[in-house]
Design a protein around this ligand. Structure first.
Ligand code: PHE
Length: 461
């Protein structure tokens, strides 16, 4: 028996779910530390340009493929092209779903575990990030802790997707996203009102162009892809539950603006606190788990703010993780006629199994390396630096050259009639961006990635 394919209950439901997918560990964990290491405001300016020029146009295109076909990534390309090659592009997205979720949920498990740490006040004995860092090492070094919270996070994610598009994903996002916005605003106000926070503000607003080079630009573009959940069909799948009455350009713009503002607010909240407590902003990926616990120890009201922060981080991660599991689920429901419940249980479990080596990369398997990367970093590298940009490149080529521009524009116009009538020039711009800018720029990112790969291979040999 096939189940009736669902749709979002409302336009705001879609926007919150899609913003939930976009806003995640990429915004609150990755973005602040990349900014910290790459010239502060200089990086932010480049990242904003990448988001506007590449991110938004490709996001519109990806959602459009989904809404037109009302299918998962594989079904969508099959319906529009009839060739095996494009169906394979869709399959690549499903594969990316397995890979990203498998390691993403491991980090999300840390966030979940840190809610408990915050509650028990465990890291309140630390005055130095090295102590907090050692504590982090102790926790992630414990196989039971790391696998336990990873499993718990997967169960929560599966629970939401199990309940369906409207009752699970949409309802969950409508409850969780406002909480996330509220918590983040509270934390930003806390950060700004700390004595000495100006140094943090000027760090994030004062561009340091001396550290910017070609690689910074490519890094910014990669971040734009990851943070907008683009290139693997998550936005395509969410778009497939959208009605033709709603405007894609306006939805995509709102998602992009929300995602970008959240990253900036997270940056302000984190750097004002870090500078006000006199800690090092350059801590890299450990910033949240090494530096922040100490920041909380030193700040008035830190106990409650630390709980808020890790709840916020977990919420951000879960609304992204459900979109990854939904890509896989939609494929098996649409193409293989599986029941949603069965697909969620089986593939949620498989994702968990694939993720175990990533979890073990921090303890038992820390000596295991592929191309000089541990298993966790290897999965991240394959997904973020190869599969997502490649997916985005192929999608923009598909829209610009394969689908047929007249058909593309006819579909895009549904729900966006006003935009087409009043601002035809914007529509023209979009065509130019998706046909020329996006493929060329993304191709450059990929070259960069393979360049890194070459170096890694040479090290490996
Ligand atoms: N956008 C999410 C984040 O910023 C990650 C993600 C990537 C989610 C790809 C879905 C698909 O954390």
């Amino acid at each position: 028996m096939t189940e009736q394919r669902e749709q979002w209950g409302s336009k705001i439901g879609f926007i919150l779910a899609a913003a939930g997918s976009a806003i995640g560990l990429g915004n609150i964990w990755k973005f602040p530390y990349i900014v910290g290491q790459n010239g502060g405001a200089a990086f932010i300016i480049i990242y904003l340009i990448c988001t506007a020029v590449i991110g938004l146009p490709v996001l519109i295109g990806e959602i459009l493929i989904g809404r037109t076909t009302q299918r998962n990534p594989v079904g969508a390309f099959k319906q529009l092209s009839k060739t095996k090659f494009w169906a394979a592009v869709g399959s690549m997205g499903i594969l990316a779903g397995f890979i990203i979720l498998s390691y993403y949920a491991v980090v999300a498990g840390w966030a979940l575990g840190y809610i408990f740490e915050a509650f028990t006040g465990n890291f309140f004995d630390f005055s130095e990030p090295t102590q907090a860092g050692d504590h982090f090492g102790l926790l992630t070094g414990n196989v039971y802790w790391i696998i336990g919270f990873f499993a718990l996070f997967m169960i929560l994610t599966m629970g939401v997707v199990f309940a369906g598009v409207q009752k699970g994903i949409e309802r969950g996002s409508k409850v969780l996203m406002p909480i996330l916005f509220l918590l983040l605003i509270i934390l930003m106000i806390r950060g700004i009102t700390l004595p000495g926070s100006e140094v943090g503000i000027s760090f994030i607003l004062k561009p340091d162009w001396s550290v910017v080079n070609a690689q910074t630009v490519l890094l910014a573009l990669g971040q734009a892809f990851f943070t907008l959940s683009m290139g693997m069909g998550a936005m395509l799948t969410y778009g497939s539950y959208m009605s033709k009455k709603d405007s894609i350009p306006s939805s995509a713009l709102q998602i992009t603006v929300l995602d970008t503002s959240i990253a900036l607010i997270a940056g302000i909240a984190i750097f004002t606190s870090v500078f006000a407590t006199g800690l090092d902003p350059n801590a890299g990926p450990g910033l949240i788990f090494h530096t922040l616990p100490v920041v909380f120890t030193k700040m008035p009201g830190g106990f409650i703010f630390s709980i808020f922060f890790f709840i916020l981080l977990t919420i951000a991660a879960i609304t992204s993780a459900i979109s990854l599991l939904e890509v896989i689920t939609a494929y098996f429901v649409d193409e293989r006629k599986w029941r949603r419940h069965k697909a969620v249980i089986i593939f949620g479990t498989i994702v968990f199994l694939i993720g175990i080596p990533s979890a073990l990369s921090f303890n038992l398997m820390s000596d295991f390396h592929l191309f000089n990367l541990n298993f966790f970093d290897f999965m991240d590298f394959i997904a973020s630096n190869i599969l997502l940009p490649l997916g985005g490149l192929l999608m923009s080529i598909f829209i610009g050259y394969i689908w047929g521009m007249d058909k593309v524009l006819k579909e895009l116009k549904f729900g966006a009639e006003k935009l087409f009538d009043r601002y035809p020039l914007l529509v023209k711009f979009w065509q130019v961006f998706i046909k020329y800018f996006a493929p060329v720029f993304i191709f450059l990112v990929l070259l960069q990635s393979t360049g890194i790969l070459d170096t890694l291979i040479s090290i490996f040999e």
